[in-house]
Every structure is written in C-alpha cells, then in structure tokens.
Design a protein around this ligand. Structure first.
Ligand code: MGD
Ligand code: MGD
Ligand code: SF4
Ligand code: MO
Length: 704
C-alpha cells in the first residue's frame, strides 16, 4: 500500500521538514516539504532510505560479553537489557547518590524529555555536545545581549551583505539558510567569506579573505576600528540600547586595518573597502557570529567582536538583519505543553553554576565531567548514559577519555548505530531511525513560528525502539512512573496540544501548523525588555564577565606558529556527511568513502609530497598516526592542514567505514584540558601534527 507522510528529517540535527512516500513498509521517496523548502533536500537527507536498510547497525539490545572495547557482545531482549541497566542504576544510586549518573544528548527541541529523565532520577547532571560545537558563540551572545545564540534568526534573504567567518554554509548545511543566501545573491546582495582555505562557500562569495589560522579576532577588531573611524554605526541605536561604547572606542584604537593586514595576511585596502561598502548597506548587513567558531583560544572573543559589529550596524529587528524569533505568545496563540521536570537542587559535577557562574547552566560543559571522574570532586561519577551522543567522536583524545570512563561502573549508549563510545560501553540500546518513529511536537520559533512534528513513515524491521519508549520503560523500572505517564505518542501529542486548540489532524495537510500568516516583527524602537543582561541593555562590557574576573574587551594575542616541521590541524565538514554517523551509510559512503589531507602546495613540495600521495599524519605525542591521500592545493594557508571530521572509525562491524580515512579527534592529544575559561568551548584548533610522505605509497614500495 502507498502512503505519504510529512515528517522531520533526522540525517543531521538541522531537522528540515520533509515528505516521505512509502510502499509496503518501504521508503520509496523523500523530498523537502514543498510548503517550506520547495522540495529541496540535501544528499544526506536523500540517503535516509539507505540508513533504514543498512544492516550494519545494531538490530537488538546488546550487553558487553568481554572487556570494554573488545567487540564481544551478547544479543539480549529488551527486558533483559533494561532490567540490567535499571539494577545497576539502583545500586549506583544507593551507594553513591543519584547525582553520580550523567546523561548526555545532542541538544535540540527534544532535549527537555531526556533532561527530565535524569532530573526525575535525582541527578542535575544533564549535558550535551555543545562544548565542542556552538558553546563559545552561545556564551558570546549571552554576554552581549543576555540571550543565547539561537535567540536571533538571520533575515539573510533581505540582507544586502552577509559576512561569514569560517561559517562554511554551503558544506555545513542548513537548507533554508542556503536557499535564502542564494536568493540574497540573486538580488544583488554581497557575501564576504573568511577562511584559512578556499571552500564552496568562498567560491560563491563576492569577497574571499584568506586569513592566517586563528586570527579572526584580529580581523574583526580591525573591522570594528574602521567602522568606528568611518562612523559606520547607528548612533540612535547605540544611544537607545547599548552601554560601553566609549570603552570600546578607547580599546579599539590600536587595532587598525594596517595592523590587522600584517597579523592576518589580508590586504589593508580590502578591509577599508569592505567597511566603505557596508556603510552604504547598513542596517541590512549581517555578521554571522559563527556556529562552530569554537576552536581557537580566543574564539569566544572573536564571536563577541562579530556580535559587536552587528550591534554597531543597528540591525536588530530590522529587515535584512537579526530578527528576534517569535513564539506562539508573540502571535497571540497559546503554546504547547511539554514534559519538563525541574533540576534537583544539587551542585552540578562539572562545576557550572557554582564554580563557573558565568556559564549557561542548561547543559553545562561535558568535558568538565572528566575532572570530576578523576578527582571525585565534588562527588564521584559512576555512570554515563549517552543518548544520540558519541563522546569519543565529539570530544578530543578518545584514548584519554577511555581512561576516565574506565573508572565508571556503567556506560550506556542509546544510538541508531554502533558509535565509537557505544562500542566501548557496557550496553547498547538501539533506537529505531527517524523514519521509523514518532517524536513529540515541537515549537519552531522564527519570524513565522510554527508547530512541527516528526511522524513515523515505516515500522522498524529490526528489534529497535524509539528513545521515548526506551526511557519510559527504564523509568518504569526505576519507580519513576510519573516521568512520562503516557502509553503512546498519540496520547502525549493530545496532552501537548491541549492548550492550543489544535489536534494532530491539523498537521496532516502540510506537516506543520503555522502560527502566523505573515512575519511578526517587533517595533525596533521598542526593544526594551528584549535584552536579558543584568542592566537590560546590550552590554559591550559584560557585568557577568567582570564578576567572573574576565575581560570583556580582551587584548589580542597572536596565535603561536606551529613548531618547526609541524602544522596546525584544522577540520570541518562536507555537504555529504553528518559528522561521523553517515560515513558507513551505503549511499553516502559511496559518494565519499574517506577523507584526505589538504596541504599547501609549497609545504608539500618541501616535504616531497605530490598530490594524491599517501601521507602519514602523526599526533604530537606520536600516539596516533593515520595514513591518507594528500590533497595538495594552493588555497590553504601554509601553517594549516585540513581534514574532514567523522572518519578513521574503528568499528569492525561497520565494514565500509572501518579504518577508512583518519580521525581528527584522535590527533587532538591532551586537548580535553585545553578549553576557554571565558567561552567554555574546547580549543579544538590548538593541536599540531607532523605530516610526512608515507612508506605505504605504491611507488615507494617498488623503490624499496
Ligand atoms: N553537511 C553537514 N552540515 C552540517 C554538519 C555536518 O556534519 N554535515 N554539522 C552541523 C553542525 S553540528 C555544525 S556545528 C555546523 C558547523 O558549521 P561551521 O561553523 O560552518 O563549521 P565547519 O564546517 O566545522 O568549518 C568551518 C570552516 O572553518 C575553517 N577554519 C579553520 N580555521 C579557521 C580560522 O582561523 N579562521 C576562519 N575564518 N576559518 C577557519 C575551516 O577551514 C572550515 O572551512 O555545521 C552543521 N551542518
Ligand atoms: N575533532 C572534532 N571534534 C568535533 C567536531 C569536529 O569537526 N572535529 N565537531 C564538533 C561538533 S560541531 C559537533 S556538533 C559534535 C558532534 O558530536 P555528536 O553529537 O556526538 O555527533 P553526531 O555524529 O552528530 O551524533 C552522535 C551519535 O548520534 C547517533 N545518532 C544519529 N541519529 C540518531 C538517532 O536518530 N537516534 C539516536 N539515538 N542516535 C542517533 C549517531 O549514530 C552518533 O553515534 O562534535 C564536535 N566535535
Ligand atoms: S540538512 Fe540535509 S540531512 Fe540535515 S536535516 Fe536537512 S535534509 Fe536532512
Ligand atoms: Mo555542531
């Protein structure tokens, strides 16, 4: 029988709206929701059916039957696996307290559900992936506006100029954002792109600025300098909403375009021309504050500088600028209900909220739990449940992480795949794929907010279950029956929608319920109350930072040059993979089976490396060496080498991705402790590697 269902893509965490066609419980077609994306879908989204059909995924619960990481598993029933975990958790709770259990997930609209589970269990220790993703930019946003990074939407379509610092948006995709950017370019808008290497985004840009790695802060400071010098700022906006402008003017004095030109390796005139251009275009100018711009020691300050540039443009709540996302209340509608159990009043083990008061308490900082594991301060950590999170891929130095995790009594992975962490854990609970499950209704805020829902397209063929059912079944065994008092998702949806007057049937026509016919805009002259800083103003000098003993306007410090014979390792994404969890997807693996090492042509010549040669990439302490092909190019800065994240996996049951390419996180030795005290993020781009021509080259073998 043929069916068509609107749903939400789950191949990455962008969650695009989709329509899925099925026939006899098989997915036959997926496209982007015509009403929102005009049918557009990315390569990963199109590979959803291959995910469902992939037999190299766990098809039933597994309990470890050998040493951790040995790959020996016992296939068990759900009853056995859940009983096993519940017994262990009860024992841990009795002996060490509920707070010794950590639950990590991938953030996003459904995180409250998992947060509620761990809170109901009695632990405050919910965390997520973000300390290696957008935490620095999030904290930068909080420090300037008092609201987080997701509390602004970018009206790119109506902008005249979009400026991206390492936001490689045509590889690191969000389809809606890409469509808007293409529209902006078609309408004559400009795109300025800053990176250490040329990319697809750079190729589409109107100005590409190649910088020395780690010097974004210098470039942004010089832009602020020139903007102030050329009086390219909105004085009314500053007078109305902003504090600290005078301090900024004094601070910025030495950071001239001429200075930045030397520091970053760009032309002074290019910076001046750029500022002259935006003078004509403001306020329809958007400085993207970065997404994963959390990689150098000063990326938090670089992001703050980009936020400050937006403030100078006076672009908030302006067409073509930064829009405050609207929720149901802003459209005169009632919001949905969602389960949200409060955090128990216990100190977090990562120190966030008490030791580190300037960080957002929500998910804390995942890497700071390792310290608690090591020192048992403020208390021991005994169990870690990773739900849609792979700490070994997400955080650097997995070997070091293993040593920490070895101290724990229970490691659980709730995953659609064997993750690197799952392979090392004690129990794997396989979730069915996004095409095989329903998920709670969520609010998608924006100028035109809507309610959206993921609906099951096909039934799982293997013995896998949706996460909500897994956690409910676990909660029932832990005497937490009130945690999720619903037997089915339909029941929960009904409860969620109660205040709104809508029913789930209202989602049938388009896959979502629109809460506004036209974009809702606030009056830009009436933004008081929208900034949640201590003063209620946009704070260029943040009180929170000052209280934490941190500067708001930090002196620029030049990044160190790589030690002799070494390169700075930088990483990123490709349009055809999502981190590490699609590299074994049969279709996507065919498109890109492994990564390569981008290296500057001059550096390569010096090392006797030709394009296509195999090269060894060696970690600082030589504990990891991966061999891949060299991609010798002119357009990467000579101090850096670049590789794609998500490869070099070591799970034998995933035959396509097994040892294919190299792992960037395994090259990031001792980086778990290298994090930014102001932004909270791990400094992933502060690792150096040795590169040499490999003896595994076929020609070299013949010579030998
Ligand atoms: N296809 C696809 N799309 C994705 C994802 C995915 O896995 N696959 N993941 C999503 C997620 S979770 C995130 S966080 C975003 C991340 O999206 P982005 O924030 O756009 O980040 P990346 O793709 O990691 O890489 C950004 C670029 O930073 C450059 N870079 C390195 N050093 C410097 C520097 O010093 N200065 C500058 N200006 N640039 C530098 C790298 O060369 C790289 O091109 O992508 C999202 N979109
Ligand atoms: N060295 C290095 N480190 C990085 C990065 C990098 O580029 N280089 N990128 C950083 C960034 S930006 C991010 S966002 C993080 C990402 O880090 P993670 O969030 O850990 O990575 P993902 O691969 O997106 O997903 C984690 C796990 O979720 C599983 N999964 C996928 N779909 C589902 C599902 O529907 N249900 C369940 N239960 N599980 C599912 C995957 O199989 C995978 O094992 O890594 C960060 N760390
Ligand atoms: S960007 Fe691609 S993979 Fe990600 S949600 Fe959208 S369609 Fe799916
Ligand atoms: Mo991310």
């Amino acid at each position: 029988m043929k069916k068509s269902v609107y749903s939400i893509c789950g191949m990455c965490t962008v969650r695009c709206p989709i329509r899925v066609e099925t026939e006899n419980n098989r997915v036959t077609w997926i496209e982007g929701n015509q009403h929102l994306l005009g049918g557009a879908l990315c390569a990963k989204g199109s590979a959803g059916p291959a995910l469902v059909a992939d037999k190299e995924r766990p098809g039933q619960p597994l309990i470890r039957d050998g040493a951790r990481g040995s790959g020996r598993w016992k296939k068990v029933s759900w009853e056995t696996a859940l009983d096993y975990i519940a017994e262990k958790l009860k024992k841990i709770k009795a002996e060490h307290g509920a707070e010794s259990v950590v639950l990590s997930t991938r953030g996003g609209p459904w995180q409250d559900f998992f947060k509620s589970f761990i809170h109901a269990f009695g632990s405050p220790n919910y965390t997520n992936h973000d300390s290696t993703c957008g935490r620095n930019t999030h904290h930068a946003s909080l420090s300037v506006y008092g609201v987080g990074r997701k509390d602004y939407a970018y009206d790119i379509k109506n902008a005249k100029h979009l400026i991206l610092f390492g936001r490689n948006m045509f590889s690191s995709l969000r389809i809606a954002e890409n469509l808007q950017t293409l529209d902006m370019l078609d309408n004559g808008g400009r795109l300025t792109y800053v990176d250490v290497r040329q990319t697809i985004t750079g190729l589409k840009s109107t100005r590409f600025l190649q910088v020395r790695p780690g010097t974004d802060y210098a470039l942004a400071l010089s832009m602020i300098h020139e903007v102030i010098k050329q009086k390219t700022y909105d004085k009314d906006f500053l007078d109305r909403y902003v504090t600290g402008f005078d301090e900024l003017c004094t601070f910025i004095e030495p950071y001239t375009p001429a200075w930045a030109a030397k520091e970053c390796g760009v032309r002074e005139q290019a910076i001046k021309n750029f500022v002259a251009e935006i003078k004509e275009e403001m306020p329809k100018v958007i400085f993207h504050p970065g997404w994963n711009l959390s990689r150098y020691k000063d990326s938090f300050y670089a992001s703050r500088a980009l936020h400050i540039l937006n403030v100078l443009m006076g672009n908030i709540e302006q067409k073509g600028g930064l829009l405050i996302p609207k929720g149901p209340g802003d459209c005169g509608k009632k919001g949905i209900q969602a389960i949200n159990i409060a955090k128990p009043d216990i100190k977090r083990a990562d120190g966030v909220g008490w030791k580190y008061k300037h960080f957002d308490k929500g998910p804390g900082l995942a890497h700071l739990f390792f310290n608690a594991m090591e020192t048992e301060d403020p208390y021991p950590i005994k169990a870690w449940i990773a739900m849609r999170h792979d700490p070994f891929s997400c955080m650097p130095d997995p070997k070091k992480q293993e040593q920490h995790f070895d101290k724990l009594d229970l490691l659980v992975s709730v995953d659609t795949h064997y993750s690197e962490f799952g392979w090392y854990s004690d129990v794997i609970l396989p979730e069915c794929t996004y095409l095989e499950r329903d998920s709670p209704i969520c609010v998608q805020k924006g100028p035109k907010p809507r309610l959206a829902v993921r609906r099951k397209a096909v039934d799982p063929e293997t013995d896998t279950k949706p996460a909500w059912q897994i956690f409910k079944s676990l909660a029932d065994r832990l005497d937490m029956k009130d945690f999720f008092p619903y037997a089915t998702m339909e029941e929960y949806w009904k409860w969620q929608l109660e205040p709104t007057g809508y029913t789930i049937k209202d989602f049938d026509d388009k896959g979502f319920v629109s809460l506004a016919d036209n974009p809702v805009l606030f009056d830009p002259l009436q933004l008081d109350g929208k900034f949640k800083t201590p003063s209620g103003k946009i704070e260029l000098i943040s009180k929170k930072l000052t209280d934490a003993g941190l500067p708001s306007l930090k002196e620029y410090i030049s990044p160190i040059k790589p030690p002799r014979g070494m390169f700075r390792l930088v990483y990123g994404r490709t349009a055809v993979h999502s981190h590490g969890h699609t590299t074994n997807n049969p279709l996507l693996n065919e498109l890109m089976p492994k990564n390569s090492l981008w290296i500057n042509i001059k550096s390569a010549e010096r090392l006797g490396i030709a394009h296509g040669d195999l090269v060894d990439v060696v970690a600082e302490d030589e504990s990891y060496c991966g061999t891949i092909h060299a991609n010798v190019v002119e357009y990467i800065h000579p101090e850096a080498v670049f590789t794609l994240h998500g490869f070099g996996k070591e799970i034998p049951l995933q035959t396509r991705s097994f040892h294919a390419g190299i792992s960037d996180q395994k090259l990031m030795i001792n980086k778990l402790d290298d994090w930014d005290p102001a932004g909270g993020g791990i400094n992933l781009c502060e690792a150096f590697v040795v590169v040499r021509r490999s003896v595994k080259n076929p020609q070299r073998r013949i010579e030998l």
